[in-house]
Ligand binder design. Structure first.
Ligand code: PCA
Length: 195
């Protein structure tokens, strides 16, 4: 089974994007995976993942991104057909309520086995939850675009998005975020379920 895993480069106040580090780590340890780091730009990221989908034709797609203010692994349930964010992307593009696909449906469900993934993560002691909103920035854009690509071709493959928390850091007595090792483990667990 050929699985494509994508992450994103740094953006805004995120100086190191853990989703990029996870993808780089997997690229080193798992030559069986197709891996890609996307630019945090609406159009360039969509073009890049579509080009990869066209060339590689993977059997499953998991895209990763960071949600800096979340504390747990977020298994995203829904991609919505809108770009809308208070910050510009890395290409300085600001979107305010624009459709991603003019003719596309309002939303797509994730086709990843979210319930099974959640149970497997919690069983291994990894904080995780199903999330009903991937935001309306570049992560949601890529999630929607990949699902649209799959639907347009009438394919029936697992395709979805996982948000990871920020990298763990300690300030005084307070530790926030999640260690990279645990995030990599979480993604490996999700991959095992697809294999
Ligand atoms: N997170 C952003 C975009 C890139 C990333 O890693 C998001 O949640 O949309």
């Amino acid at each position: 089974m050929r699985m494509l895993i994508t992450g994103f480069n740094p953006f805004g106040k995120v100086e190191v994007n853990p989703s990029q580090l996870i993808v780089q780590r997997l690229a080193e340890s798992r030559p069986d995976l197709l891996t890609l780091v996307l630019p945090t730009e609406y159009h360039a990221a969509a073009d890049k993942i579509c080009a990869a989908l066209n060339v590689w034709r993977p059997d499953a797609v998991i895209s990763l991104g960071v949600a800096q203010n979340r504390a747990v692994i977020g298994l995203e349930r829904i991609a919505v057909n809108v770009d809308d964010a208070s910050i510009p992307d890395n290409g300085d593009v600001l979107k305010t309520g624009d459709l991603i696909e003019a003719e596309g449906p309002i939303a797509y469900w994730s086709t990843l086995p979210l319930t099974a993934m959640l149970a497997a993560l919690l069983e291994r002691g990894i904080p995780a939850a199903i999330s009903n909103h991937a935001g309306t920035f570049v992560c949601n854009h890529v999630f929607y675009t990949a699902r649209h690509w799959v639907e347009q071709r009438g394919l029936n493959i697992p395709c979805g998005f996982i948000h990871v928390p920020g990298l763990s850091k300690t300030e005084g007595d307070v530790t926030t975020g999640m260690p990279l090792e645990q995030m990599v483990e979480a993604v490996e667990i999700c991959l095992e379920l697809l294999a």
